[in-house]
Ligand binder design. Structure first.
Ligand code: UTP
Length: 292
């Protein structure tokens, strides 16, 4: 059995420019899907997969993320005094245990690869997970739990991949894969945003990774790539020269909440799943659609 995956890194230092003005004072990761912030969904996914230590790579203006995972002392005292036990219990269940959460600052938003590199001292010399908080995966069994199953079988590095229509591959990182067995396969190559018609497949990299600690040395040595940023994909390409990279085609539906349409779709999809909201929401949605 390979070394266990105990730690997860959440890069939350980006500027969220696609959501301005909403993200001027509120971090993108705190935007709400139904009644909880995006970051809560990915933290829950990580905890459900057995992750013991949560590492947030934050930046300026992001302190509400720290507050969100802390005790809200006055609020909770008031809820207790007013007998709001349901709300209190919910807050307690969603809050990680004291001492299992760490924060470090990226200082400058120099790209996803750089954000991951900023976690190197907190991760140390062990394999770890990376979850992008703006990618929600709605699944019976969490996406990271499915990846850890692949990792326990194959070791090395693991990335989540999913199919998109061929005409959309130019928007994503695309993988070239060898024949696999079931939902796991060897990744042979990766291309960041291939020109239309040149993608090696229609499998794109989603926002979940299990990485070996050697990635930190590669990120350290790396020059800036596309967009003047340190790209994680470039480091993964180097890593693949000496280590295995498994793609996992997971069961579940992804919502890219970094885009407005994906974020809105996630709100509708998660709301329709909620027994307390679905009955009220369905006729409203039908009426809106019929009127178009
Ligand atoms: P994105 O590229 O989707 O986020 O990064 P962004 O840069 O904040 O958004 P836009 O494109 O300007 O709207 C994916 C994740 O990586 C983090 C982001 O916070 C987001 O959760 N990230 C990105 C960092 O932590 N640091 C960076 O330098 C870049």
């Amino acid at each position: 059995m390979p070394a266990p995956i105990r730690k997860a890194v959440f890069p939350v230092a980006g500027l969220g420019t696609r959501f301005l003005p909403a993200t001027k004072a509120v971090p993108k990761e705190m935007l709400t899907v139904v009644d909880r912030p995006l970051i809560q969904y990915v933290v829950d996914e990580a905890r459900a997969a057995g992750i013991e230590h949560l590492i947030f790579v934050t930046g300026r203006n992001k302190h509400v993320i720290d507050d969100h995972f802390d005790i809200a002392y006055e609020l909770e005292a008031t809820l207790r005094a007013r007998g709001k036990h349901g709300a209190l219990k919910l807050l307690e269940e969603l809050r990680p245990t004291a001492g299992t959460v760490s924060f470090t600052r990226q200082q400058e938003p120099l790209g996803l690869g750089h954000a991951v590199w900023c976690a190197r001292e907190l991760v140390g010399a062990e394999p770890f997970a990376v979850l992008l908080p703006d990618v929600l995966v709605k699944a019976e069994r969490g996406c990271l739990a499915q990846m850890i199953e692949a990792y326990n079988e194959r070791g090395g590095n693991v990335i989540a991949v999913e199919e998109v229509p061929k005409d959309q591959t130019h928007n994503y990182g695309v993988v070239d894969v060898a024949e696999g067995d079931g939902p796991f396969f060897d990744v042979r190559d990766m291309v960041e945003k291939p020109a239309p018609g040149t993608a090696p497949s229609n499998l794109i990299i989603t926002g979940r990774y299990i990485l070996q600690p050697e990635v930190f040395g590669l990120l350290e040595a790396q020059e800036t790539g596309a967009g003047g940023e340190i790209q994680l994909t470039d480091a993964l390409l180097s890593l693949m020269k000496s280590q295995s990279m498994t793609g996992v085609q997971f069961d579940g539906k992804t919502y890219d909440c970094g885009s407005k349409s994906g974020f809105l779709a996630a709100n509708v999809a998660y709301a329709l799943d909620r027994p307390d909201l679905a009955d009220e929401l369905k006729p409203v949605l039908r009426e809106l659609l019929d009127a178009r």
